[in-house]
Design a protein around this ligand. Structure first.
Ligand code: SF4
Length: 288
């Protein structure tokens, strides 16, 4: 879908106007993102707040590794005798490869958990939150769907990701940071985002679809992104973008169901923006 690059001018000045970022394009209709295609129209559990402890992700990640290893082992068990007719070495090699991979995966999960809970990243980002972790998150989400726990597990996975990513202490220039928000923010949340972005002088884009978000990133070439989205949209966004570009992902609460009136933690957003640009906010303009 072609983006509509409608620039909304900033609000007129008041007695002590806070700087306010320009907003590039917003739509206000309720069009469900495809991640919510199967939504039945009922209120979301917990008022659309899917907060969950990080350990939920680690439990499901362990289950995912066990399930995948078990499925491959079962397949090998079934086809092993047939492969053995080619050469008795073939099944033996395959079993050995599977054993090595299983050990590596369990080790990886152990290092990940140790990093998260010890407060010290034990691997470089390319081997952790911007590497295999992104795949692990997505496979874990698939398993969680089977247990009806998708949104909570995704929330926990994104929290773990953000903790690891934030710890890198990355700094970028103001013009190198991009804030990406979805079209479903409530007015209050949108005003808050624009105010924060205005104070730190970082551009804000509204991306109506993940595809458009990726296009904005391609064209603007930021060095870091603070993205806002529901857990479902954030998972695909992180999977596609975080390997190429540092991203912090702020999830939302959906009190009125998906794709409308979403609320966010503005304090968290400001903390991330301030941390990334490493600067104090621009002073508010006051009338002489
Ligand atoms: S980010 Fe908002 S608009 Fe996009 S799929 Fe999630 S709830 Fe819907």
């Amino acid at each position: 879908m072609a983006p509509q690059q409608t620039v909304t001018p900033p609000a007129p000045p008041t007695s002590a106007p806070a700087p306010r970022a320009q907003l590039i394009h917003i739509e206000v209709d309720r069009r469900l993102g495809h991640e919510w295609d199967e939504w039945n129209g009922r209120a979301l559990p917990g008022g659309g707040n899917f907060s969950a402890a990080p350990r939920l992700f680690f439990h499901f990640a362990a289950l995912t590794i066990a399930a995948v290893t078990g499925a491959v082992a079962f397949l090998l068990y079934l086809i092993g005798p047939r492969l053995g007719t080619l050469s008795p070495l073939v099944p033996r090699i395959l079993w050995s490869v599977l054993a090595v991979l299983a050990v590596l995966q369990w080790l990886y999960l152990g290092v990940l958990a140790a990093s998260f809970y010890s407060g010290r990243n034990l691997l470089p980002e390319r081997l952790m939150e911007r590497g295999p972790y992104l795949q692990l998150m997505n496979y874990t989400s698939l398993i969680a769907r089977g247990f009806g726990k998708r949104d909570w597990v995704e929330h926990a996975a994104i929290d773990v990701y953000n903790t690891l990513a934030e710890r890198r202490g990355r700094r970028v220039g103001k013009g190198e940071l991009l804030v990406l928000i979805p079209r479903c923010l409530s007015k209050q949340a949108l005003d808050g985002v624009l105010e924060i972005a205005g104070r730190y002088e970082v551009p804000v884009f509204v991306a109506t679809r993940g595809q458009l978000a990726r296009r904005v990133i391609r064209e603007r070439r930021p060095r870091a992104v603070v993205a806002v989205a529901c857990e479902r949209d954030m998972m695909t966004g992180l999977r596609d973008v975080a390997g190429k570009l540092p991203v912090l992902g702020l999830t939302m609460q959906l009190p009125n169901g998906p794709c409308r009136d979403a609320a966010i933690d503005l304090g968290q957003m400001e903390q991330w923006v301030r941390g990334l640009v490493g600067a104090a906010p621009a002073p508010a303009h006051t009338k002489p």
